[in-house]
Structures are given as structure tokens and as C-alpha cells.
Ligand binder design. Structure first.
Ligand code: GDP
Ligand code: ZN
Length: 314
């Protein structure tokens, strides 16, 4: 009788073997040869992929099937020819999937120490919009400021539809809510260093932040080395990736002309500009600038747009 297959999630991919997390524990697996031959447009397999495995000896296994992906955080694979256009795949372009089946990105910033870098937050939101992934903002170190201060720092974002959680890894305020929004999902953590990502992971599960830190140190050594992050399991269906790859937008080659579409509050106005190729920076009859003047678009967000449009990183 053939052995029943076990369903799991790839949590680590490393030179030919894959660690698959299943309700029965982790299995170190190889990929069935015929799967390697099947043509797929993106990386054959990445962390986050849902697979079925046959188990072999103690802790070993073979990946038999790979489920279709519902999303991916990907970047254009480095090559001589660098096509523009961001992570969406275009004809003849190869992609490097960083994490498959991502359900959301959690953008972690601190309310203080360091003060939140809103330009960077806006940039991450653009990345999330471009990858068509929901974004949640985690405003950590909320214990260092008053509730009013915290809310005024991030007030624009809930109005744009982004949830903001005011957490503290120190007092554990709202950490239970954070845990709740991570349940049954694959979440990618991103944010500058020092904001408390490792501390939050530790608060969610003792030891997790330390594990994540160790992976980061290895992958950070060479900025241009291929980063295949690890997923950390909170339970058998909830995973987080604390991923160096998403931290720099150098990897995300977004066309300047499509940037306005990734600022959610600008989208409705774009069609009303007099020029169809309006950059919204200096043209007469610009509906975006009118919306800024009328108070419908927050000046700080408009400034983020202008800075990104002019090629400024942050
Ligand atoms: P990471 O670089 O984003 O992983 O940040 P860390 O988790 O290493 O935290 C950086 C520093 O901030 C450490 O000294 C933490 O103890 C401190 N820290 C982290 N979270 C909080 C918090 O919620 N409140 C306060 N007061 N300090 C925090
Ligand atoms: Zn315009």
C-alpha cells in the first residue's frame, strides 16, 4: 500500500535540500526528480511553498508535489539585462522568489529610539502595493511615548486603510493582537534595525528572535548574495520571515510612471490630471497637487512620492 503523503510548508531551502514543517514535525527533504523537470516560470521551489512529502527514515523525506502559489515576494533575478517593471513578471524575464505564498507584510517601526522614518515606511508600503500584498504597520516601542504621541505619529495610515498596531516588546502591550493577526498566515517582517523586530519575535515565542538574528548575520555579510530566508513557525500554520531581502528597495525596480498607483490615496485622482503622463510634480492642471492643496492628500505622503519619483532612496 502506498504511503500517505504528509502536507507541509517549506521553511528552509538550502543547496538541494528543503526543511518542510508539518504537523508531525520538521522533515529534511529532497525534491523528486520529475518535479525538477517540470517547467515553471519562477523558481521551482522556495520557502513558503505548500508541498506534499513522503517520509522516509527518521526525519527524512521526499517532496512529491508542490501546490500552486497564491502570491510571492519576488525580485528580478540578477543578470546582464535588467528589465524594469518591478516584481511582476514580464515576458522573458526570470524571477527569484524570496518567499512564496506571503499573506501579509508587517512593517515594524519604532515610536521612538529610533524615531520613525516615515519616508522609509512609505517606501515599504509602495513595495507591498506593488507586490499586491496587504500591509500591517507595527508601531513598536509604544511604551516610550504617550498614546496620543504614538497615534499622532502614525495617524495618516489608518485613514489610508492600513492597520496600525501599537506594540511594545517591553510591556507586551498589543503583542497578543500581533500574534492574532499572524495566525494561519505567512507574514514577512520588514523595517529598519533597532526598532525591535527580534524583541517582538522573542515576545511571540521565546528564542525566536535570537534564531532570526543568527540567520540575518549570515545573509547580511554580502549584500548581493542570494538571500533565501528562513520561515519561523509560531505553530504549524503560522509563519514569519524576518527578511533582509525586502529591506532595500534597490531590489524593487518600480517604474517611475507607475509609482502614483502604489500610493493608495493618489489612485483616484490620477485620471483627472490634464496630462496623461503627468508626473504630479510641476505640471499645470495636476489633480494630485490640487488634492494636496485641498487637504485630501497628506503633504508628507506627497513628499514621499516626490522623493521616490526623483529617485531618492529614502
Ligand atoms: P531589531 O534590530 O529590529 O531586531 O531590534 P531589537 O529587537 O534588537 O531591539 C533593539 C533595541 O530596542 C533593544 O535594546 C531592545 O531591548 C529595545 N526594544 C525592543 N523593543 C522594545 C520596546 O517595545 N520598548 C522598548 N522600550 N525597547 C524595546
Ligand atoms: Zn498630476
Amino acid at each position: 500500500m502506498p504511503q500517505a503523503l504528509l502536507t507541509g510548508t517549506v521553511v528552509k531551502a538550502q543547496s538541494g535540500f528543503f526543511v518542510v514543517h508539518t504537523p508531525r514535525g520538521d522533515f529534511t527533504c529532497h525534491l523528486r526528480g520529475r518535479l525538477k523537470k517540470e517547467k515553471r516560470s519562477t523558481d521551482l521551489i522556495a520557502v513558503g511553498d505548500r508541498v506534499e512529502i513522503s517520509t522516509q527514515s527518521e526525519g527524512g523525506g521526499m517532496i512529491e508535489t508542490i501546490a500552486p502559489r497564491h502570491s510571492a515576494l519576488a525580485r528580478t533575478a540578477p543578470s546582464g539585462y535588467k528589465p524594469r517593471g518591478g516584481p511582476r513578471r514580464r515576458e522573458g524575464e526570470s524571477q527569484q522568489v524570496i518567499v512564496a505564498n506571503v499573506d501579509q507584510v508587517v512593517l515594524v517601526f519604532a515610536c521612538a529610539e529610533p524615531a520613525p522614518h516615515m519616508r522609509m515606511l512609505d517606501r515599504f508600503l509602495v513595495i507591498a502595493e506593488c507586490a499586491r500584498l496587504p500591509a500591517v504597520i507595527c508601531a513598536n516601542k509604544s511604551d516610550l511615548v504617550t498614546v496620543e504621541q504614538a497615534e499622532s505619529l502614525f495617524e495618516v495610515y489608518p485613514r489610508l486603510g492600513y492597520a496600525v498596531l501599537y506594540t511594545s516588546a517591553e510591556t507586551l502591550a498589543h503583542v497578543a493582537e500581533l500574534r492574532h493577526i499572524l495566525t494561519n498566515k505567512i507574514s514577512v517582517f520588514a523595517g529598519p534595525s533597532g526598532v525591535g523586530k527580534s524583541s517582538l519575535l522573542n515576545a511571540l515565542q521565546p528564542g525566536l528572535g535570537i534564531k532570526a538574528r543568527a540567520v540575518q548575520q549570515v545573509t547580511f555579510k554580502g549584500r548581493h548574495t542570494t538571500v533565501h530566508p528562513e520561515l519561523f513557525s509560531l505553530d504549524s500554520t503560522s509563519f514569519v520571515a524576518d527578511t533582509p531581502g525586502i529591506r532595500t528597495l534597490e531590489l524593487w525596480d518600480i517604474e517611475p510612471e507607475e509609482l502614483d498607483g502604489y500610493f493608495v490615496e493618489m489612485r483616484p485622482y490620477v485620471k483627472d490630471c490634464d496630462f496623461s503622463d503627468c508626473t504630479h510634480t510641476h505640471e499645470p492642471g495636476c489633480a494630485i497637487r490640487k488634492a494636496v492643496e485641498a487637504g485630501h492628500i497628506t503633504p508628507s505622503r506627497y513628499e514621499s512620492y516626490c522623493r521616490m519619483r526623483s529617485g531618492d532612496l529614502f
